[in-house]
Each structure stands twice: as C-alpha cells, then as structure tokens.
Design a protein around this ligand. Structure first.
Ligand code: NDP
Length: 296
C-alpha cells in the first residue's frame, strides 16, 4: 500500500481563504474587523520567526495584527498589565502570548491572565475545562488542525481506534479530547507506556506528538491506518539540515492509508487555525454566528 499524502499546506491555504471570506463579510455586514495581538517577551530566534509569520498571515486574511515585543527582563507585573489592557480592548479579539516565556515569568499565571474568550491558543484553564466537558471553548490550534484534516479525510471518525503518542497540554491531551468528542476510542501513550509498538498497531488513527525524530517505524502501523505526524525535529543527514517528523515517513507511508508529511503537514495548519480561532472569537464577542467548519 502507498499512503495518500494529506497536504497540510494546501489545506491550510483553503482554511485561510475561508477565514478571509468571513473577515470580508464581517466588514461589509457588521463593520467589524477581527484583531489579533501577539505578545513576545525576549528574543528567542524561533519565537521571532513564528511571531513574524503569524503577523504576516493575520494581515493577509484582512485582520488587524498588533505585536507587542517586550524585553527579556520584563517584570511579571508589566506583562500582566499589558495583558489586562488587551483583555479590555474591544478592537482585540484574540491574544496570544508566545511561549516559552523567560524563566522568571510564571507561564501558568500568564496564560490564565488572558481573558478566556480571547485565548485563541486555547491554553486557559477555563478553555481546557470546557473542552474536557464537551462544551464550546477555544480549541488549541495544533490539535484543531489535526482534527480538521482527519474529518476532511475520513468524514466521520466515529468508532475508530485512535492512539495519541504524547500527553502534553498543548498537543497530546487536547488532541485526545477532540478525538473522544468525535467518538473515537482513544488511547494516550507516553514515555512510560509499555509495548508502545503493540499499542500503536491497534490504531486506525495514529497522532504522533513526541518530538523524537522518526521514532515511529512502518511496522508499528496497521495497514491502511492514518498517521498524523505533529513532530518537528531538526536533524543532520548527509551533511544537510533536515526537518523530519516523529514518524519514519517512508516506511510508514508504505503501510498507512494516509499520512501527513513533515514539513507541509500539521505545521501550516497551526497558524491557519490561529486565524480561524481569532475570527471565531470576534463572532462570539459580537453575538454573531460562527464560521462553519472552522471550529471543533
Ligand atoms: P512535549 O515535550 O511537551 O511532550 C512530548 C510527549 O512525548 C510527552 O508526553 C512524553 O511523555 C512523550 N514521549 C517522549 N518520549 C517518548 C517515547 N519514547 N515514547 C512515547 N512517548 C514519549 O512536546 P509537545 O507536545 O509540545 O510537542 C511534540 C512535538 O510536536 C514536538 O516535536 C514539537 O516540536 C511538535 N509541535 C509541532 C507543532 C506544529 O505546529 N506542527 C506545534 C506544537 C508542537 P512523558 O509525558 O511521559 O514525558
């Protein structure tokens, strides 16, 4: 079997188009313009790249983009005061604090200081609780993107066996909740899981969110299963820098029914879902119908 490649880049472009259409409608019908504020503390090079591309894409879909760049030694009080200001700004519908934060800042405290309805990352404890109890919430962008691709590929996920490898708060756990919400039978695997290969072999859907280059080989994959590879790992091969996922692409693609590549799979969907969440937050804040297909 040779797997269908799920093209996350093309899918993300379609999501951004849908967001842009909705933004246009909000402007013409309601004179509203969704606004996303991104807060970056310090000068982590990877974070700077992410923030730049988030800002660029926000503007491309017609929304307002506001960036706040703070010094690495910014005090917690100053950061919380900026977040409070953004929480109370009616032109701002989404707030994202770029992680990781410098060590002297309490990440949980900062995340939970963002107004839940503006928490487009879906990390606030209220959103985590709402998602866990099957209520309307802001859904973390990476798992939301994975869910959209799975729904697009399979239609209904009901009754499928899903294994999520990784139990982080930003990917593994919310991914498992979303799959459960779509009536999959869900197993969450992690570093202490026994016989991981056997656990993964049961799965119709495998979501790998570990951060270990190519750790899932093809002989762990049930023939015809769908592999969603969240991992982003930089390795050196043949003297070149290369980006690889958590799945060994070639051997998995030979067995799976469908697979997301790295790069060009889950990655592009994450920013597209951030934009989708911002437009959703704007609609909710103004009591308007949410864009269809852009939420969980
Ligand atoms: P974390 O480091 O927070 O979590 C990794 C998880 O993998 C942990 O639950 C850990 O288990 C588990 N794990 C580690 N080693 C093993 C092992 N040998 N077998 C089974 N499970 C194991 O990572 P994140 O969730 O933040 O990210 C995961 C990957 O996804 C990374 O490569 C990251 O770069 C990528 N990523 C990609 C995004 C995108 O947009 N495409 C967005 C976010 C992340 P335990 O809890 O027991 O330690």
């Amino acid at each position: 079997m040779t797997a269908t490649i799920i093209d996350g880049k093309a899918f993300a472009a379609r999501v951004r188009e849908q967001v842009a259409e909705h933004v246009t409608r909000l402007k013409t019908d309601h004179d509203l313009k969704p606004g996303l504020a991104v807060v970056l503390v310090g000068e982590d090079p990877a974070s700077q790249v992410y923030v730049r591309s988030k800002g660029k894409m926000t503007v491309e879909v017609g929304m307002n983009s506001v960036e706040h760049k703070l010094d690495a030694d910014t005090s917690e009080a100053d950061l919380l005061s900026l977040i409070d200001q953004l929480n109370n700004d009616p032109e701002i519908h989404g707030i994202l604090v770029q992680l990781p934060l410098p060590k002297h800042l309490d990440e949980d405290l900062v995340i939970n200081s963002v107004a839940p309805e503006k928490d487009v990352d879906g990390f606030h404890i209220s959103n985590v609780g709402l998602l866990g109890t099957g209520q309307k919430s802001m859904v973390p962008c990476t798992p939301l993107g994975c869910l959209m691709m799975l729904r697009d590929h399979h239609g209904s996920l009901s009754g499928m066996d899903a294994v999520v490898i990784g139990r982080s708060n930003i990917v593994g756990k919310p991914m498992a909740q979303l799959l459960l919400g779509d009536s999959c039978t869900v197993t969450i695997a992690h570093s202490r899981t026994k016989d991981l290969a056997d656990v993964v072999r049961r799965a119709d859907i495998v979501v790998a969110a570990v951060g270990r280059p190519e750790m899932v080989p093809g002989d762990w994959i049930k023939p015809g299963a769908t592999v969603i590879d969240v991992g982003i790992n930089r390795i050196e091969r043949d003297g070149k820098n290369k980006l690889v996922g958590d799945a060994d692409f070639d051997s998995c693609a030979a067995v799976a029914g469908a697979i997301t590549p790295v790069p060009g799979g889950v990655g592009p969907m994450t920013i597209a879902c951030l934009l989708a969440n911002t437009v959703t937050a704007c609609c909710r804040a103004n009591g308007l119908a949410e864009p269809e297909g852009l939420t969980a």
